[in-house]
Design a protein around this ligand. Structure first.
Ligand code: HEC
Ligand code: HEC
Ligand code: HEC
Ligand code: HEC
Ligand code: HEC
Ligand code: HEC
Ligand code: HEC
Ligand code: HEC
Ligand code: HEC
Ligand code: HEC
Ligand code: HEC
Ligand code: HEC
Ligand code: HEC
Length: 441
């Protein structure tokens, strides 16, 4: 039976003048006009609006016009609202569990449909939970309402969430959902739990991040933090500006190692133009972005890491292995450790039994001739561009000579080539029919 029907109140004329307390039981509390405070609301609670005050109030002493509540705590409400709040649900909001329904609801009426004691449910929540909006940057929905994400009474999910929390984030963020769901390399923490990096409510960091972008990543990537910390040759890109985000994306990518765009384009954001430091200038490497250039093998694969410790390292120019910065030097294998990491060192062998190089005149290895010299060998950099060049075999256009750049004028022929540099007279080499053999410079 609907409990309300038992409480239908008949309309009686006012027995007492307004402003005076009645001294015996009144059946109708409304007509006297004493209780407009309880009844004068935009939305009035069902029983209140029909004057069923005795659904909740019982006389203690009619003469003194004193009352007690008819039932205790939640029972007062659940007498009619059976199971509406499911207080025995797996996760119960503490004030609900304690039966403090009236900490949020006004039993008589209010300005909101749900009879809340504040002007909105958000304002209601914030009367107790002030800290969620403390951050400088607020998450979009939190600025409007809490209920898209939280249930006010009970939930199947911890923290009163409307659904499992990862699913909750993805339900609104389709783009990120694609990044972690469809890309070939989702970042594991993003695929698992957004809150490892984001605060769901607010933060002092942009993008509601849990920590400044600079520090966020190294909380998990200790090995990289150690590399950065221990680098005798640091790379400021790792710490400056957006830190790791200078080169990486956070959620997922179709590219290995979560590199932003392509490695070449990420690096070119800073290295398209020379970088002037206090003591020296870092040359631009714009040539790696020029479509028609011949690119060095690893760069063709969009890889810098074969040669550079991109996070910081122990050698000049962030190189993974030493490579002499000299142009002319006594030959030592270790001065070319970088090149010999990938290229067979028989490239510079005197004995050409297995013909390891195309740079030869007949049987004479011209790499050996130029490079392997006990006093004034020539570095690979004398002839080769390291990143990319307009000429095949990565031959450089020019040779540095002090500040002057000597053109090499290399020309390739079917079985060899020729050059006319400032170093010596024009020379020709031919692998099939040996030409005049140049003297070691
Ligand atoms: C659904 C239950 C319920 C109904 C129906 C109800 N009341 Fe109340 N009323 C309460 C509760 C609970 C309190 C105590 C509020 C508190 O402690 O904050 C209260 C308190 C009051 C008070 C004390 C002042 C105040 O507003 O806190 C008055 C007066 C009052 N009610 C009058 C009425 C009148 C008149 C009606 C009928 C028109 C009515 N009530 C109907 C539950 C109800
Ligand atoms: C005597 C029965 C009765 C009691 C006791 C009662 N209610 Fe209600 N309540 C109703 C009726 C009837 C409605 C209006 C019908 C509806 O909207 O479902 C209503 C509506 C509400 C609504 C608005 C529902 C909506 O969908 O907007 C809230 C909130 C509410 N009651 C909370 C409470 C709370 C809190 C208490 C305890 C302090 C309480 N009620 C006690 C009968 C009761
Ligand atoms: C922490 C604040 C809070 C407490 C405590 C609370 N409620 Fe609510 N209640 C709300 C909010 C907010 C809504 C509106 C939900 C919405 O609009 O989606 C609501 C809605 C309701 C409704 C409307 C019907 C519904 O479920 O949508 C009823 C009935 C209700 N509450 C009853 C109760 C009862 C009974 C208790 C005590 C056992 C209680 N509430 C405790 C915040 C609270
Ligand atoms: C009357 C005070 C009060 C109001 C109003 C209130 N809460 Fe709470 N809430 C509490 C208390 C007390 C706890 C338990 C202690 C704690 O975790 O801080 C709690 C806990 C929570 C929790 C954590 C639950 C868990 O399982 O750990 C969430 C989420 C929450 N409240 C959301 C809300 C939302 C959303 C609203 C508005 C609809 C709201 N609260 C309104 C008092 C309140
Ligand atoms: C975008 C969804 C979303 C919105 C909107 C939202 N929350 Fe939350 N809230 C969460 C998530 C997710 C958690 C769980 C955090 C966790 O598990 O550590 C949470 C946790 C909480 C907690 C528990 C905190 C704790 O550390 O245990 C409280 C309290 C809370 N929210 C209150 C609010 C209030 C108040 C609002 C509105 C002003 C609000 N939330 C709006 C998603 C949201
Ligand atoms: C109810 C929908 C909704 C849910 C659920 C939701 N968000 Fe959002 N989120 C938004 C809206 C709306 C914005 C603001 C969009 C904008 O500014 O372009 C936003 C913005 C963001 C931003 C960018 C903030 C900024 O300052 O630009 C982040 C990060 C974010 N959400 C993370 C999350 C996480 C993590 C979760 C899960 C806890 C989540 N969102 C759940 C709606 C949602
Ligand atoms: C590993 C840390 C991390 C995790 C985990 C993570 N994010 Fe982010 N998120 C970030 C960072 C860092 C940014 C800022 C990116 C930027 O500014 O380029 C960001 C930005 C965002 C933005 C704003 C996008 C924009 O372009 O402004 C949204 C929305 C977002 N994240 C949602 C999510 C959601 C949803 C999840 C879970 C599926 C999630 N994030 C998991 C680190 C993370
Ligand atoms: C909550 C811990 C956590 C945070 C925070 C985190 N990561 Fe990760 N990250 C992982 C895990 C786990 C993996 C997968 C295991 C691995 O490769 O180390 C991973 C993988 C990666 C990879 C791919 C590694 C590879 O070998 O391909 C990159 C790149 C990366 N994270 C960068 C970042 C960046 C940039 C940030 C900051 C925006 C960040 N991570 C923040 C946990 C984290
Ligand atoms: C200058 C660009 C750049 C910056 C800044 C950068 N990375 Fe990387 N990172 C790369 C490149 C390129 C790779 C791919 C290396 C490879 O191919 O082995 C990489 C690889 C990684 C890997 C996977 C491979 C490995 O070495 O374990 C992780 C994890 C990683 N970075 C994390 C970070 C973190 C954390 C930060 C910030 C502290 C960061 N990166 C900053 C360019 C960068
Ligand atoms: C955010 C800007 C930025 C990005 C992106 C960046 N760098 Fe740098 N890089 C610098 C700056 C600034 C220097 C100058 C030395 C320093 O301050 O660390 C530098 C120096 C270098 C050096 C020379 C170090 C020396 O001492 O001669 C190399 C090699 C280098 N970067 C490689 C890379 C590679 C490879 C990438 C892409 C994976 C890259 N950089 C991306 C800013 C950047
Ligand atoms: C085959 C090895 C190799 C690869 C691969 C490589 N580099 Fe280098 N890079 C070098 C060497 C060697 C130097 C030192 C140049 C010098 O000493 O003249 C250098 C120097 C640099 C410098 C500093 C310029 C200067 O004059 O000091 C930048 C910037 C740079 N590289 C960027 C890149 C980027 C970006 C990539 C990937 C797209 C890359 N490198 C790939 C070998 C390589
Ligand atoms: C990380 C591995 C790696 C390192 C280190 C490396 N190279 Fe290479 N190099 C390659 C690959 C791969 C190719 C392409 C081979 C092919 O296309 O068959 C190549 C091609 C070349 C070519 C052109 C070959 C041709 O046929 O066009 C020259 C010249 C060259 N490298 C010089 C050097 C020099 C000089 C060094 C040291 C500064 C060096 N390389 C360091 C991997 C490397
Ligand atoms: C005097 C100029 C010169 C110097 C110095 C030089 N090279 Fe070369 N290198 C060439 C020429 C010319 C070719 C093209 C040969 C051909 O295919 O006709 C070449 C070709 C190559 C090739 C392609 C494979 C081959 O052998 O044909 C590699 C790899 C190479 N050089 C690596 C190096 C390395 C490593 C060094 C330093 C240790 C070095 N070069 C020093 C001129 C030079």
């Amino acid at each position: 039976m609907n409990p309300l029907s038992a409480l239908v109140v008949s309309i009686w004329l006012a027995a007492v003048p307004p402003g005076t307390k009645p001294t015996d039981k009144t059946v109708d509390c409304l007509t006297s006009g004493c209780h407009t405070q309880q009844t004068n609301h935009k939305v009035t609670h069902g029983p209140t609006s029909v004057g069923a005050c005795d659904a909740c109030h019982d006389y203690v002493d009619p003469a003194a016009h004193t009352f007690k509540l008819k039932r205790e705590g939640a029972n007062l409400c659940e007498f009619c609202h059976i199971d509406k709040t499911g207080r025995e649900g797996p996760v119960v909001h503490q004030p609900v569990a304690k039966g403090q329904c009236i900490s949020c609801h006004d039993p008589h009426g209010s300005a909101t449909k749900s009879l809340l004691k504040a002007e909105s449910s958000r304002a209601m929540c914030l009367t107790c939970h002030t800290n969620v909006t403390e951050g400088k940057h607020m998450h979009g929905p939190v600025a409007l309402d809490c209920t898209p994400c939280h249930k006010p009474h009970t939930s199947e999910v911890p923290k009163l969430l409307a659904m499992e929390r990862q699913q909750l984030c993805l339900s609104c963020h389709q783009e990120v959902s694609d990044e972690v769901g469809k890309f070939r390399h989702p970042h594991p923490p993003a695929a698992k739990d957004c809150l490892q990096c984001h605060n769901p409510h607010s933060s002092n960091e942009p993008k509601v991040l849990n920590a400044p972008a600079k520090d966020l990543c190294t909380t998990c990537h200790k090995a990289i933090a150690d590399v950065v910390q221990g680098a005798s040759h640091p790379h400021s890109a790792v710490k400056d500006g957006r830190g790791c985000l200078n080169c990486h994306v956070a959620h997922g990518s179709d590219r290995a190692h979560l590199v932003k765009g392509s490695t070449v384009s990420a690096c070119l954001e800073c290295h398209k133009a020379p970088i002037k430091l206090e003591t020296r200038t870092i040359n631009a490497v714009a040539e790696i972005g020029v479509e028609k250039n011949f690119k060095h093998g690893p760069i063709r694969q969009d890889e810098c890491a074969g040669c550079h410790d991109v996070h910081g390292g122990q050698h000049n120019s962030l190189l993974v292995e030493p490579f002499s910065s000299k142009f002319s030097l006594a030959y030592k294998e270790e001065e070319y450790a970088l090149c010999f990491k990938c290229h067979d060192k028989s490239l510079v062998a005197k004995d050409l039994g297995i013909k390891p190089t195309g740079f030869r005149d007949g049987e004479r290895n011209l790499h050996w001739v130029h490079v392997v010299n006990p006093t004034t060998g020539r570095s690979c950099r004398a002839c080769h561009a390291l990143h990319a060049s307009r000429t095949e075999n990565h031959l450089a256009d020019t040779v540095p000579f002090g500040e002057w750049k000597l053109p090499i004028n290399y020309k390739r022929t079917e079985n060899g080539g020729s050059c006319a540099p400032g170093c010596h007279n024009p020379q020709v080499y031919d692998r099939v029919t040996a030409k005049s053999t140049p003297k070691a410079p």
